[in-house]
Design a protein around this ligand. Structure first.
Ligand SMILES: Nc1ncnc2c1ncn2[C@@H]1O[C@H](COP(=O)(O)OP(=O)(O)O)[C@@H](O)[C@H]1O
Ligand SMILES: [Mg+2]
Length: 317
């Protein structure tokens, strides 16, 4: 029996539907259930061939559990090592090297000193920073958001230098990105599962939350193909099995805005019935695929092109 587990937090629609869908397929030797942990011992394998991780970003204990599971052979979706290394600024840096258009972006040191540091800890930072050139590069309006974050938390739209300093003063120890605004004609949120299944969802972020997925953009087949190609390239390089990419279309160019979402919102009530059905079905099929190809005791993780090419000293692109 190869078990598929799902590790989740407060979610109450996707995990349950996922487990039911896998089991309803009656694939011989495959069974899905919510992960159950009652002890974690170093170097000891879990019962799971596959685990879908929806929550370790918020629970460091789970992240450590998953790394141990992975080294003992579990195919963890997504790779917990890469997820630990990744953040939004690096994603943008990578995008610039693999021909994916992204808004001009800089990263800023946190406004307040990190806990357990003092001003003496920062001999390497120039005070003040070169604000003039930073603002010249980014322009206004601009977006400011945490370099590692999600759920639209602490995302600011800024109209001027004064506005920037006002809002940056509120951000405490958060490390923020400052980013060119992409004034878009259309916007898409794209699921990518297994590095190969893509669902491009018209999305209107300017609508209230419950109406964001009722956008009426209808992209041409060429546009869809172009966006799909970008989504696949991003996920192939990052090595995510499960991720969403947000694309903002400006003058026919899809800019990648937010593509570090390894536990993307999949709630029935936010994504809507049709998208929900696709995610449940596709995640179930992919988890079964991973379980069927799972080899006991071997590394069954997905690794991205960035890591693979780096380890092999091959050109990145
Ligand atoms: N550079 C940008 N240009 C235009 N809109 C942006 C930009 N950055 C963020 N936004 C808007 O803010 C929203 C939230 O930002 P996002 O980067 O997706 O953060 P989160 O990870 O919190 O979802 C996006 O869905 C988009 O509508
Ligand atoms: Mg987003």
């Amino acid at each position: 029996m190869k078990k598929i587990g799902i590790l989740h937090g407060q979610e109450r629609t996707f995990p349950q539907a996922f487990v039911e869908r896998v089991n309803s397929k009656n694939v011989e030797g495959i069974h899905a259930e919510p992960v159950r942990i009652d002890k974690v011992m170093q170097g000891v394998a879990t019962d799971y061939a596959v685990i879908i991780d929806r929550i370790s970003q918020d629970v460091p204990f789970y992240r450590a559990y998953l790394k141990n599971a992975a080294i003992c052979g579990t195919a963890v979706i997504n790779n917990p090592f890469w997820w630990s290394a990744d953040e939004k600024f690096f994603n943008n840096c990578l995008a610039t090297k693999i021909n994916v258009p992204v808004p001009k972006t800089v990263i800023l040191p946190s406004r307040d000193l990190p806990t357990d540091t003092s001003e003496n800890s920062f001999a390497n930072l120039a005070y003040p920073l070169d604000w003039e050139n930073i603002f010249k590069y980014i322009g206004f309006p601009a977006y400011m958001k945490p370099f590692a974050g999600g759920g639209w938390k602490n995302v600011y739209k800024l109209n001027s230098v004064e506005d920037f300093f006002d809002k940056h003063a509120e951000t405490g120890q958060l490390v923020m990105l400052l980013q060119e605004e992409i004034v878009f004609d259309e916007y898409y949120r794209c699921y990518c599962i297994g590095g190969k299944y893509v669902r491009i969802m018209p999305y209107e972020p300017r609508n209230p939350h419950h109406l964001r997925y009722v956008a009426s953009f209808s992209p041409s087949p060429e546009r869809l193909q172009q966006m799909e190609e970008i989504v696949l390239r991003i996920n192939k390089y990052l090595g995510y099995d499960f991720n969403t990419v947000e694309l903002a279309l400006r003058d026919g160019v899809p800019y990648a805005i937010d593509f570090c979402n390894p536990a993307p919102d999949a709630d029935r009530n936010s994504v809507g019935e049709e998208n929900f059905a696709w995610v449940v079905e596709t995640a179930a099929n992919y988890a079964i695929e991973k379980a069927l190809t799972y080899v006991e005791g071997k590394d069954n993780l997905t690794w991205g092109e960035y890591i693979k090419r780096g380890a092999n000293k091959e050109p990145l692109f």
